[in-house]
Design a binder for this molecule. Structure first.
Ligand SMILES: [Zn+2]
Ligand SMILES: [Zn+2]
Length: 330
């Protein structure tokens, strides 16, 4: 199944963006994206040109909307219809989430720890979440060069805490892209592993994200597979109880060639980390001409596992990429 490069959070003139849908599409194409979600604040009118722009630029556009309220911003994608955000008070976000789900969409917490009022009204997430199973994804990386931002770090830890508590929630990046401005910052990508079967690219990307088949990066694509005695599991999969092994083999692949020429880190000293609910399971230096790594992992300990890639960007040792998790059913 192919991995598709997606941008999941963007704005046009229809809210506070300073770009047309076509300018956004051309900008996304130039950065090697194959699809992007338009998530204007509280409106879907920017999608009126969707088909025409898709045809003209050859890039797929996912319909979405960012619920922009005093109590938090929630990104929704895959909606077939506008879902009214206005009745959502601080205690009843679940009603809104239910409506988005019944309209075929999924929901993510947008930049949950970005500083709120008076800097950015409602940007900090305050909605009370009664049931974390309702949250499809958390935008753990927001903005450009996201890995070094402390609010993103906090979101990444929230995601990890929820995985440790046994929830299966996806993690994404979103640039919160408002204008075609030049930047030297690394730009992150959410790669989604889509089915080759039926349906539009939009419906298949939404389906992939709902299933946690996502890998996030500012550079190379990192993918993870776990092999039991009989089966192979990919990112987002859950190993069933009847496929218990004492040990599993984790296969990690790093693809340095995707979007080649669009991103570059001049100091190629990468470390690959395999991490789960019990902490770091393994750590290994990466050689650029070696794309595949195999780790043996104990089967009795883990609830979830993901791969992380660290590297040096502008002299800072930082997270470059991370996969979503593979789970073990308990
Ligand atoms: Zn927002
Ligand atoms: Zn936004």
């Amino acid at each position: 199944m192919p991995w598709i490069a997606c941008e999941l959070h963007s704005h046009t003139y229809h809210s506070d963006g300073r770009q047309t849908l076509k300018e956004l599409a051309n900008g996304a194409k130039a950065l090697g994206f194959e699809c992007f979600a338009l998530t204007d604040h509280n409106t879907m009118t920017g999608l009126n040109d969707k088909e025409a722009v898709e045809q003209e630029t050859g890039i797929s556009i996912i319909s979405g909307m960012e619920w922009t309220t005093f109590y938090g911003h929630m990104v929704t994608i895959g909606l077939t219809d506008f879902v009214d955000w206005r009745p959502a008070g601080p205690g009843d976000i679940h009603k809104g989430i239910d409506e988005v789900h019944s309209s075929g969409g999924i929901v993510g917490m947008a930049h949950p720890f970005r500083i709120g009022s008076p800097i950015c009204t409602g940007c900090f997430w305050e909605f009370k979440i009664e049931n974390w199973n309702d949250i499809d994804y958390i935008e753990v990386w927001s903005g450009t060069f996201p890995s070094i931002k402390t609010d993103n770090d906090r979101a990444y830890r929230l995601w990890t805490d929820k995985l440790n508590e046994g929830y299966r929630i996806a993690a994404t990046s979103g640039r919160d892209w408002h204008a075609q401005e030049q930047t030297d910052d690394p730009v992150s990508v959410t790669y989604l592993n889509i089915d080759e079967g039926e349906g539009t690219v939009t419906s298949r990307t939404v389906h992939a994200l709902a299933a946690g088949k996502a890998s996030v990066t500012m550079g190379p694509l990192v993918t993870l597979e776990i092999l039991s005695d009989t089966s192979l599991y990919g990112i987002g999969d859950c190993i069933p109880e009847n496929d218990r092994s004492n040990t599993y083999k984790a296969h990690v692949s790093i693809d340095f060639h995707l979007r080649k020429g669009i991103w570059e880190f001049p100091e190629p000293n990468y470390t690959l980390i395999l991490i789960g609910n019990t902490g770091i399971l393994s750590e290994q230096l990466v050689t650029l001409d070696q794309p595949n790594y195999v780790f043996e992992i104990p089967g009795d300990q883990f609830l979830w596992i993901r791969a992380e890639l660290k590297g040096t960007v502008r002299g800072v040792r930082t997270l470059i990429a991370f996969t979503n998790a593979i789970y073990l059913n308990r």
